[in-house]
Design a protein around this ligand. Sequence first.
Ligand code: HEM
Length: 761
Amino acid sequence: MPDPVNALTDAVKKTVESAGRLAHERLSRQTPPVVPGTPGAETPAYTEPTEPVGPPAPKPDQAGPDRRTATGTATDLPPTAVAQQGAFLTTAHGARLRDTDHAQKAGRRGPTLLQDHHLREKISHFDHERIPERAVHARGAGAHGVFVGYGNAGSISCAELFGAEVVTDVFVRFSTVVGSRGSADTARDTRGFAVKFYTPQGTWDLVGNNIPVFFIQEGIKFPDLVHAAKPQPDREIPQAQSAHDTFWDFVSLHTEAQHHTLWNMSDRGLARSYRTMEGFGIHTFRCVDAEGATSLVKFHWKPKLGVHSLTWEEAQLVQGNDPDFHRRDLADAIEAGAHPQWELGVQVMPDTDDQTFAGIDLLDSTKLVPEELAPVQPIGLLTLTHNPTNYFAETEQVAFNPSNLVPGIEVTDDPLLQARLFSYLDTQISRLGGPNWTQLPINRPHADVNDNLRDGQHQSAVHGGVAPYRPHSLDGGCPFHAGAADGAFLDLPVKVAAGVKERALPASYDDHFSQCQQFWASMTPVEKEHIVAAYAFELAKCFEQPIKERQLQALANIDPVLCSEVATALGLPAPGPTVPLEAPDASPALSQVGGTWPGDGRQVGILVDVDGDLSGVSEVADAVHEAGMVPLVVAARGGVLPDGTTVQRALNATRSIEFDAVLLAGCPAPAPDALVARDAKAGAGGATLDPRVTLMLGELDRHCKVIGAWGAGAQALEAAGIDAAATAGVVVGDSGPAVLAEVTELMGAHRVWERYPARLS
Ligand code: HEM
């Protein structure tokens, strides 16, 4: 039998480039430099238009669901065919209306008439516009894209989408887990990473997270976990936070959750962007090749931009300044032409009777397989090409389900996965108002559907024939059972371990701490420092002393330094371990520090002095664009500067968190609206520098972001008290382009951690 691990690596290099090319061929346009949020091509009239014209076309960065019938057939309808039609306002039945601002009344000062159909229809429809939010993962953002196979996965799976240069349409939704639909994006939390592949063999949903392990080993505990993590039921606070008693009560009593919680407390819980997250299928899946040979497989998404996070202070500032930070970042990047990309990779393990690899039980989703033991091998490329046209129709109504599988990919008996196979379909019946949500445009398969399922609320297929049952003879016997040659789902016969019927798990699930110990040992000093601070913050927000003490006990079972650092912050004694403390091998792949990454779509602020020398500013902005990043000119006021440069961010409406790096092209003196004495946001200030710039530079400095300066910009550094020569990651040069070149290189490492060396080793 061919060795699946080695066979996979063979063809990768040849096909990566062509996959990228194919993905980009699907883009609707050659992207000119776009600064997201700039005015549209059509300037709106100052007065309300009166000449009837049709609805607007979608923006170039937008796409909607593929135009399919409710039963999966492709149509040649233009994208706009499913949008509103005609130039005139109508009722839902198409009757044109002459007025929508006044109800019909019995006399101008009289009562409103029941017969006013338009009033009742308009208000009634509005009354029912909201649907229940998702029970978890309510807050999210989506995008359309394509997946292109590298063609090297045939040795493990016969799924056609993995074939060489096979292009599959996808819809991706990223999310936080705990917060409500309107919560802030940057809460410390796990992120959902759900991908719907619309293949001709049916839809495959890979419904994963940005953390490779899960809180619990059994799906039956999911309601307990979620009840503990959601806002407390008495006052319904805190929103989108794990920093409260019920969460820590659960995870400290239920120590299998400690591994996932440790990842949450690490920088992984504070993604910089959806574009800079890894994704994981978490469970072990069973892949089947064309000969019926099986392997146990874990799926990984590897971002081309690397894995990067916010600092905790940034995350908190963002929540107030731009709660839509991740949603905006994703849409802006796509609009700006910085199309996010991930490689899909697999860890392949032999399908042995004990379903164990290197001593790790592959059916326990609180455990990962270190990449050093089973390397992640790339098998295809995902590119996000378009933003949705309509949030509700697409991102809100999309329904993922781990039981949507295609031939070549099957589930295992992981008890967490098994419960998920029931839960998603069930919840979507109530969330989407009935059993026919697969017919919603975003959920329609790109494959023929002939399911014998009938009727139900919102049925939008018009089924023919008289015999939606099997067997029958009345409709010619259609639909027929498919055989293997017809691409039928395989339902592979798999041996089930004999046992007694019981509510229990095998002993291999009892180890809750060894991989926590390995994770901690794999962190760099700065990452360890962040983890300590996160635990200290979260537990300080708990009121109940026994919960804090219990969690400290769990930390003692991970690492004595971690435990004592957090205990000190809480003013409590550090307990000793109750499990053996191993000296685990570090797994470098678990750390996100190190490496050099492209800066595509990163935002670079260019601070100018509106009264100063503006020469060279537009040249630098162009160079930022050419480097694949987004230049944002920052000034004391909005509008257009004397040299024609447009200001994208006025100091009164921006904050450092918008920028991955800032270039100082001037030293603006305090502007009239700086209100030094009254504006709490304004920093110490001084006569020479606008205090809001002082504040910004202080934050950029603390957050280890790169700062560049030339000309009068160097004086801004001085006025803000930043010693350029003594501060790592601060570049002062003679010209904008020269400084930008150095800044771009430094940004490749994401942050300049050397600026403040960590205390822990
Ligand atoms: C490895 C473990 C799990 C992962 C990676 C995971 C991931 C996800 C993701 C990414 C979503 C959001 C999908 C979207 O964007 O629409 C989601 C939603 C959901 N998950 Fe999970 N989940 C896990 C475990 C579970 C378990 C054990 C249950 C229940 C037994 C569950 C129940 C739900 C429900 C009810 C939703 C809402 C679905 C909807 O309304 O469409 N999840 N999950």
